[in-house]
Design a protein around this ligand. Sequence first.
Ligand code: ADP
Ligand code: MG
Length: 261
Amino acid sequence: MQPTLETIAISKFYKGDNAITRAVDRVSLAIHPGEFVALVGPSGSGKTSLLAIVAALLRPNEGAVLIDGQDLAKMNEARRAQFRREKIGFTFQQNNLVPYLTALENVELMLRLNGRYNRAGRERARELLTRLGLGERLNNLPRQLSGGQQQRVAIARALVHNPSVVLADEPTASLDTERAHQVVETFANLIHEQKRAGIMVTHDLRMCQYADRIVEMRDGKVKNSIAERREILAFASSAERVSTRMEQLGAAPVAAERQMA
Ligand code: ADP
Ligand code: MG
């Protein structure tokens, strides 16, 4: 089976005053239809750069990106922009909703941009928002929604035009734990059902339990890849134990550790 998304030894360098940062260093990944990958790693390890390259927003210095078998580098700027609109859905940390459009209109905007503002598309927009728990909020403006609700509108917007690849950078950053679980679980289910290739960057390692694979980055490289279900669950539940312990220690875990020292 042809992967939906393939990166072949891609690298991205940033030139500083006297040093070059290898933000992404020869990363090769293949993600198949219906596969949901959690991308983790410390700050600065290259996760956002990798996502931006896959989203066709940033060109790699080396290597190739194929989406549905098509090489992004072989497209001119206009074709690439069109390809990105059709094939890729993304949500970034800042949700970038249009402030004067309602939740539903924000999602439908994606259809208008693609020339797919038809009855089926509009139904899909409502359905997605309803599945994400916003059925009663369709006509609210972003400022009338909580941060978590806004984030869910952004997720609906990333999926409504049936993209092949769906990318999410820290989609749960502004959500409480319970909401985060609901959102990521729904996101994973949609990716599985609709056979998209999904990548989610997350700092909350507990969210990895919904992924089919965990890819861990370090210094621009893939340091570790976990695809076995049992190991994925073990990884997520050890993160769960650490979080629970932090919560038990209250709002000032560092202070508690100092007292013990
Ligand atoms: P992450 O998302 O994992 O935190 P990034 O992809 O944002 O990692 O950054 C990877 C590395 O590249 C970091 O060292 C960062 O400082 C550097 N970097 C990212 N974007 C730029 C840029 N536009 N110019 C220069 N350096 C950058
Ligand atoms: Mg980042």
